[in-house]
Design a protein around this ligand. Sequence first.
Ligand SMILES: *[C@@H]1O[C@H](CO)[C@@H](O)[C@H](O)[C@H]1NC(C)=O
Ligand SMILES: *[C@@H]1O[C@H](CO)[C@@H](O)[C@H](O)[C@H]1NC(C)=O
Ligand SMILES: *[C@@H]1O[C@H](CO)[C@@H](O)[C@H](O)[C@H]1NC(C)=O
Length: 762
Amino acid sequence: MIQALVLLLLAGSRVTGTNTNPRLKLSFHDLRGRHGLRTYELERSCCYDSLLLDEERGRLFVGGKNYLASLSLDNISKQDKKIYWPAPVEWREECNWAGKDINAECMNFVKILHLYNRTHLYACGTGAFHPICGFVEVGQRVEDAVFKLDFKSLEDGKGKSPYDPRHMAASVFAGEELYSGVATDLMGRDFTIFRSLGSRPSIRTEQHDSRWLNEPKFVDVFWIPESENPDDDKIFFFFRETAVEGSQGLGKQTFARIGQICRNDMGGQRSLVNKWTTFLKARLVCAVQGSDGSDTYFDQLRDVFLLPTREKRNPLLYAVFTTSSTVFKGSAVCVYHMNDIRRAFLGPFAHKEGPNYQWVSFQGRVPYPRPGMCPSKTFGTFSSTKDFPDDVIQFARNHPLMYNPVLPHGQKPVFLQTNVGYSFTRIAVDRVAAADGHYDVLFIGTDVGTVLKVVSVPKETWQNMEELLLEELQVFKDPTPVTSIQISSKRQQLYVGSRTAISQLPLHRCGIYGKACAECCLARDPYCAWDGTSCTRYMHNTKRRFRRQDVRNGDPSTLCSGDPQRNSVQEKKLYGVEGSSAFLECLPKSLQAQIMWTYQKTSSAPWKEVLWDDRVIKMERGVLLRSVQRKDAGLYHCQATEHGFTQNLLHLRLEVINAQQAETISLSWEEEPTQPFHRKLWYQDFLQLVDHPNLSTMDQVCEQLWSRKNQQPKRKPLLPPPLSVKAKNHKWKYLEEKKRARSRRTHEVPRSERGPRSTDFW
Ligand SMILES: *[C@@H]1O[C@H](CO)[C@@H](O)[C@H](O)[C@H]1NC(C)=O
Ligand SMILES: *[C@@H]1O[C@H](CO)[C@@H](O)[C@H](O)[C@H]1NC(C)=O
Ligand SMILES: *[C@@H]1O[C@H](CO)[C@@H](O)[C@H](O)[C@H]1NC(C)=O
């Protein structure tokens, strides 16, 4: 046990994620104020776990606590319709007698929402530990504007919705039949994969057989055709469970699984009556190899997104995982191909001879038709599972588990984050047509209310991919876990649900990358291209000239060479007071850019790289010069290098004046009766704060300073002196310069606006 722990620790330290810094970070206020984020919340409700996107009607259907809602896909903040759907009082009381919290758990949490037919949805709720389902009329056309729960249609939701609002359930409609993975009892001990509704008899998994299901948590279900023949259609279940075959001595181990059943399974004739005869499952592996060859597994399957491709039977499956380990924290996204999944189900069966034996690969004779095959004309002569020979049924009952796991595409995660203080919860993927090919853009929800926008680009070949974390978007006011994500490629919008709210935001914000061709190019966002004057949405099929995009290489020197180079970086001036501090601020647009500072003492002197020491400190947002000296005066250049491309961001001339001069000035400011200005104090505070080890950025320094100032009611805020007074005095000119320099370092500019504010680069 201890040894294993140590191994895990070691493995953890060696596993390094992709670049953990997003290229851009956008706050909730930024997104709401400037980038079209809209939010929705229902009064006296919560927990928007189920979102259903309906492109045709242009609606987003939402399930929450005691409510169903229908929102406009164009703007979720307007035109909402809602249905109040509480649990009956008797059920709530029963629930309470069973020891559950009447206000937290004994409510109707709507967990399941499906499109049913052209006029109705099917919805299920926990009904205060008394699952319930029913039809919701939504009308055929947009104009119908109906949204009505048919209370007469309400029926028992056992085997469809969980009892407990904390439990997960997953389901899919295939025709008129609902396939669910869910707990079917109040205690949450009897789990099943269950077929209900429709006209055929209900079918379930073998009960109380840990080889079939062992404390599973169902994550997603998909209906995927196997061939042209619908008789071969299969339903695939994604879940995680306690592994029966886990390594001995490691305690309970969770494995991620994929399970399959045939859509035309009718159960057995003499045994496995009304039970699946085609159920098989395999381990789903998502792991990384440490430098010593040992693997770190991500076993906690959280979410799966099915990305359709041109071939209906071969969609891509994007899955999100986290680790089970309490020692090593990490999240990963792995992609699975149907061929690899099918290969595992065609491989050897896992076999255990008896209680004291190990799980091995079954070497004996597998009966015909091979368990897991659907009865159809494609692969055999059987027309129903009821005709399967007894030995097939017996074998199927005892061998639900495959020996070989399913490995992800490329044998490793496509995206990985370790030790970042959050984990992934949900995923949605958009396939984007760009100038040089198709790119899958991943939108990954986290447990801290953010969405990561990630794109995989080929490094040298299309086999060797590199992941770019383009954006980290704070889509909720509070750091609440993302519980659902829906994507509309048609409307280019993302819809995100959590416990507290639903947010809607566009898939791209091209303008934010900057006002130059090179900046647009460096962003490598497949949604965006340079159109000759600005960075805008790239549309693949429009034949506009001057559309420049290079997601693959992100190389502005070739792409933007014909572009008018706005290379004249304006020079700015900053005054430093000898013995005090000065801050040279330079913010690149990209958080992934490397900043280099160079310095020239006089115009004839050579350029030198700025050297860092205790006094000259490189900070996140610029350079801090503590105790400015005369020799610091000169010209400073700030250059950003990203992806091998360098651009000038700022030229700054620092002039140094002595403390005495500064003293006179500060006195003259304080003499000003209407606007007391405590310049000296400001510098003192500043220095003190800078010595504070906990404040790493200039913003924090200044925020602290401001909040302290504001707590002192007698003092007015730091305002510049009125210009009319002594305006002709040369001192004032100097002060003006100085004031500007200072406010540059502090608050005048919204923090979101990365990069030097003026149009002075390029
Ligand atoms: C969305 O609707 C709300 C409420 O009607 C409105 O205040 C807001 O401006 C709309 N937003 C957009 C982007 O249309
Ligand atoms: C859809 O299903 C509901 C519930 O069974 C039924 O009342 C309705 O007539 C159906 N609509 C269509 C268009 O078949
Ligand atoms: C500085 O940060 C550390 C760790 O985050 C914290 O324990 C400590 O209390 C902080 N000190 C001050 C003065 O805020």
